[in-house]
Each structure stands twice: as structure tokens, then as C-alpha cells.
Ligand binder design. Structure first.
Ligand SMILES: Nc1ncnc2c1ncn2[C@@H]1O[C@H](COP(=O)(O)OP(=O)(O)OP(=O)(O)O)[C@@H](O)[C@H]1O
Ligand SMILES: [Mg+2]
Length: 247
């Protein structure tokens, strides 16, 4: 009797866990679908803007000031077009290991979250090491890791006026590293022991599943890397991720 009660409660826990994991996967898949839809909607008008601005630039007798404005319109539209292409990759579910430029990927995620930072009044500073070697990994996994850490930092600075510093640095001859430092409220010593635990969240129900850092740590470790965190209550938080150049 005792045994069957214990089995029943274990099964209940397992199915709750499964449901939560499914809810998180659903959230990520939904995000992918939304971005694929947005990309689709954005691509057509962007190509019109790019080709129309190039046609105007080829016209003779266009005043220099207008030429300059059109050139800006064209280059901004091309930048957006690059961004949307990256989004399409992001929403794809293919697992592909290839050569990845860490600086470009960090830059892509920061551009992707530009609006989220701006709406919270967060100033973002990037400091890239341009001597970094390319790394061999799944770019989508790297994007997921960056997205989770940066989004947490932005959410921690919800009240505005925060700063975010994102740095890339070499780590020895066979590792690279990125550091994400925020000036948010920091994490208490009791919380910091639990932030990588499955379902640990301090956010209101519906705002956080507590799976972000759990998934992040698993992804980093599956790539043979390491993630560490330093924080002081009231003193900001710094996450450091070290990844092997090839694994
Ligand atoms: N940069 C940060 N500053 C302050 N607290 C943080 C920071 N990053 C993470 N945390 C704390 O760690 C907890 C766990 O983070 P995690 O990303 O795993 O889950 P979540 O953000 O709460 O929810 P989810 O990511 O699933 O939407 C957060 O609820 C928050 O308390
Ligand atoms: Mg999170």
C-alpha cells in the first residue's frame, strides 16, 4: 500500500515535471514560429525599399543631400534584412555544428534585443576581442545561451537606468569566453546557490518558468564549456561563459 502510494506520488511529480518542460519547449517553439512569421512579413517590404532606394541612387540629377539620405535608407534596410535572415536561422530546428564567429553571434543577439534594452532605458556596451578564433559548435545553441543570459539581465534592470557590458575575450589557446555584466540589483547569496536549478525563479507566476538558466547550463556543458556567476546584493551580476574552440 505504502509502495503504491509512493509510486503514485513519484509518477505525479514526473508528469508535473514533464508538463512544465513541455510548456517551456512550447514557449520556445512559439517564439520560433512568431519570429519566422515576422521575418516573412518583413522581407517583402524590405526588398522593395532596398531596390527602390538603389534605383533612386542610380538616377542622375538627384541632389547630394537626397543621395545621402537614400544611401542611409538603403544601408539601414540592408542591415534589417541581414537581421531577419539571422532570425530565420534562429527559428530553424536543425542542429548543425559549424564554424561560428562569437563576436558576430553576440552582436546579432544584442541587435535582436535592442528594442528590449531601449524600452528599459538600458545602455548596452560591447567590447569585442577581434583576435578570437572561430569556434565549432551549433550556432542556434549559442544564440539560445546568449538570449537567456542577456534577457535575464534586462529583466533584472526593469526599472531603467541600467548598464549592460558584453565582452568577448580569448581564454588560453583553445578556449574563448564571453562575459555579460549588468548593474541590476544583484542576486542574494541564498538565491545564487539555486539559480541553475530546474524551476527556480523569483519572477511572478506567468513571467518566468525558472528553466532559462537550467537549460543554459546544460547547453554550455554539452558543448564542453563552463558557466560561472558572480553577484553581490545590490552590486550587479556577472555571468562568464567559457567555450572550447572545438569539441
Ligand atoms: N542578471 C540577473 N540579475 C538578477 N537576478 C538574476 C539574473 N539572472 C538570473 N537571475 C535570477 O535567477 C533566477 C532564475 O533564472 P532563469 O533564467 O533560470 O529563470 P527565469 O528568468 O526566472 O524564468 P525563464 O528564464 O524560464 O523565463 C531568476 O528568476 C532571477 O531571480
Ligand atoms: Mg530567464
Amino acid at each position: 500500500m505504502k509502495n503504491s502510494a509512493a509510486r503514485y506520488s513519484n509518477e505525479a511529480i514526473l508528469s508535473t515535471e514533464l508538463l512544465r518542460q513541455l510548456a517551456y519547449n512550447e514557449k520556445m517553439a512559439e517564439l520560433g514560429k512568431i519570429s519566422a512569421g515576422v521575418v516573412h512579413e518583413l522581407n517583402a517590404p524590405l526588398s522593395v525599399i532596398i531596390s527602390a532606394s538603389q534605383m533612386i541612387m542610380r538616377e542622375s540629377g538627384v541632389p547630394e543631400a537626397v543621395q545621402e539620405m537614400i544611401a542611409r535608407i538603403s544601408s539601414e534596410a540592408q542591415r534589417l534584412s541581414q537581421l531577419t535572415k539571422g532570425l530565420l536561422n534562429f527559428s530553424s530546428h536543425d542542429e548543425t555544428i559549424g564554424e561560428v564567429d562569437l563576436n558576430l553571434t553576440v552582436d546579432f543577439i544584442l541587435n535582436f534585443l535592442n528594442f528590449e534594452a531601449a524600452r528599459r532605458g538600458v545602455i548596452v556596451r560591447k567590447q569585442f576581442d577581434h583576435t578570437l578564433p572561430v569556434i565549432r559548435l551549433d550556432a542556434n545553441m549559442l544564440k539560445q545561451i546568449l538570449l537567456n543570459i542577456v534577457m535575464n539581465a534586462l529583466q533584472a534592470m526593469e526599472n531603467g537606468g541600467g548598464k549592460l557590458l558584453v565582452e568577448t575575450v580569448p581564454a588560453g589557446c583553445d578556449h574563448v569566453c564571453f562575459i555579460i555584466a549588468d548593474t541590476g540589483p544583484g542576486i542574494s547569496p541564498e538565491s545564487i546557490k539555486r539559480i541553475f536549478d530546474r524551476y527556480y525563479t523569483t519572477k511572478k507566476p506567468g513571467e518566468g518558468t525558472g528553466l532559462g538558466l537550467f537549460v543554459t547550463k546544460n547547453l554550455v556543458e554539452s558543448m564542453g564549456g563552463e558557466i560561472t556567476v558572480k553577484s553581490r546584493n545590490g552590486g550587479g551580476t556577472t555571468f562568464t561563459v567559457t567555450l572550447p574552440v572545438s569539441n
